[in-house]
Write a protein that binds this ligand. Structure first.
Ligand SMILES: [Zn+2]
Length: 503
């Protein structure tokens, strides 16, 4: 996600807004880094098969889902938990979706709630039971009739009906787009001796998932264009509807954004097809070119983008932007063209830091948002046509941070500036300034300390060693330590625990 400092701070205190000018697009040379062959490395992964019928007028869907789960742990599994994120959009859970200050933006037509009802659960073809648990029933735990041994597989089948809220968020619809994201039961990550059952939070991107393979069938109104994760492999018309078949190998989620108002422009970034879906944009080609520049630049800097497709989608969404595998949403309410491009760059960087190298972004947002936002600075240094560079960005961040700190401390007292889990911040501005602004300053300090060559080498190593997995803090710290021949543990600790004072 890209928290726009502007919208965050406007809701907190208007006088702190400082934004900068960016420039026109500059085409980066096509990437030369090798691309992985996903077909050959995605064997023996859990797979999801989704059969979705979506009614675009009532914003309801019925879904048949099969999960072929392979036990990736070294322990016996008796209960398999799934995240049920739509339950956080139900009545009573609104505060976990958006901060109180953003409710009117998220629900422009008044509060609106999701429905999510499971009608059938089967394990291995036999009816089975499950129980809800966690905050707002955010977890559904399927009881396995037989214990699942390590590396053994089991098929779990669900049937469920869902209704999207009129909410301009990840899961919901607005005047222009239907955002069908985080809508299906997704297996919790087994981590540190147990399943990670963290729920939703209004701060950050509260998601954590493993790589999987997807086969998705979507039947809906034929007048709707569909932006999607993965590849479109087949499309069939039937009366007023069309059925689209998508496949995606080696992705950690599957996203869909639909609209009957979409136009599409396309271009190539090396071998990658880049589509820009929009319903109004005075300069759609510039937005598309920014996405192409970002794919090319990050492929060259970090490692090849191995997927066939990348969709940038203008969407009814209130929080700047949002990343999914092969698909990013850019908020339609961003009025400034340079801000809009900046969000495209940020969300595209997430294809590497979240998409390919995953992490527990709930617990470690500094491994997710902070490094991603610093990569925007790297992007502008490589693409001089945007008339922005690392030094300008960092100077602006430094001024913003100092202003925020002084105003905050005058009003509310001392601020805990540690870079902690997303649910440990009392307000959205605290989270934004600690993770997006201070986090960027941390990586910039590291960049100045070890130099560009070692910094890029570290990200290359971090990418190569952790792609298609979920990295841990030590993986990232070790990559920077090795590249610089310096033990950087204390460097990171002093920033992460809030000991570093920024002047
Ligand atoms: Zn982000």
């Amino acid at each position: 996600m890209k928290k726009l400092k502007k919208s965050v701070i406007l809701s907190f205190i208007a006088v702190l807004v400082v934004f900068m000018a960016i420039g026109s697009a500059f085409l980066f040379a096509a990437c030369k880094k090798k691309r992985d062959n996903l077909g050959s490395i995605s064997q023996n992964l859990t797979s999801y098969n989704l059969d979705i019928s979506l009614d675009t007028s009532s914003h309801t869907a019925s879904v048949k889902q099969k999960v072929d789960y392979i036990n990736p742990t070294d322990t016996v599994i008796k209960k398999l938990p799934f995240h049920i994120y739509p339950n956080f959009f139900k009545e009573g859970a609104t505060a976990t979706i958006v901060p109180n200050t953003r409710v009117n933006e998220a629900y422009p037509n008044g509060l609106s709630y999701a429905q999510f009802e499971i009608s059938k659960v089967e394990v291995g073809g036999k009816a089975c039971s499950g129980v809800y648990s966690g905050e707002h029933d955010g977890i559904f735990e399927v009881e396995l009739p037989l214990s699942l041994m390590p590396d053994d597989r089991v098929e779990i089948a669900f049937e469920y009906n869902l209704a999207l809220p009129n909410c301009e968020h990840r899961f919901g619809y607005g005047a222009n787009t239907i955002n069908l994201n985080n809508f299906y039961p997704i297996v919790c990550v087994y981590d540190q001796g147990g399943f990670n059952l963290a729920g939703y939070n209004a701060n950050g991107d509260p998601f954590y998932s493993d790589m999987a393979n997807y086969h998705v069938s979507l039947t809906t109104d034929k007048n709707y264009l569909v932006a999607h994760t993965g590849d479109l492999v087949e499309e069939k018309l039937s009366g007023a509807n069309k059925t689209s078949i998508f496949t995606a190998n080696m992705v950690r989620d599957f996203a869909l954004v639909l609209s009957d108002k979409f136009s599409v422009v396309s271009a190539k970034a090396g071998e990658v097809n880049v589509d820009y879906f929009y319903f109004n944009d005075a300069d759609a080609e510039a937005s598309l070119n920014t996405a192409v520049d970002a794919i090319n630049t990050f492929s060259e800097l970090f490692g090849g983008y191995p997927y066939n497709n990348f969709c940038v989608v203008k969407a009814d969404f209130i929080q700047g932007g949002m990343e999914y595998p092969n698909l990013v949403m850019i908020a339609a309410d961003i009025e400034n063209a340079d801000d809009y491009k900046n969000v495209i760059v940020h969300e595209t960087a997430h294809q590497w830091w979240y998409g390919m190298v995953g992490n527990d972004e709930y617990l470690y947002p500094w491994m997710d948002e902070s490094i991603t936002d610093f990569c925007c600075a790297l992007f502008y240094d490589e693409n001089t046509g945007y008339n922005l560079n690392r030094k300008i960005l960092i100077e602006s961040d430094r001024k913003n941070y100092s202003l925020f700190m002084s105003v905050y401390e005058d009003v509310l007292g001392k601020l805990d500036t540690s870079m902690r889990a997303v649910d440990k911040y009392a307000t959205e501005p605290e989270y934004t300034y600690c993770i997006y602004v201070k986090g960027v300053l941390m990586y910039d300090s590291l960049y100045s300390l070890i130099g560009k060559k070692a910094f890029i080498n570290a990200l290359n190593t971090y990418f190569e060693q952790n792609k298609y997995t979920n990295a841990k803090p030590e993986n990232l710290i070790n990559a920077f330590s090795s590249a610089s021949n310096t033990d950087l543990t204390n460097f990171f600790n002093s920033w992460l625990t809030g000991k570093v004072v920024i002047k």
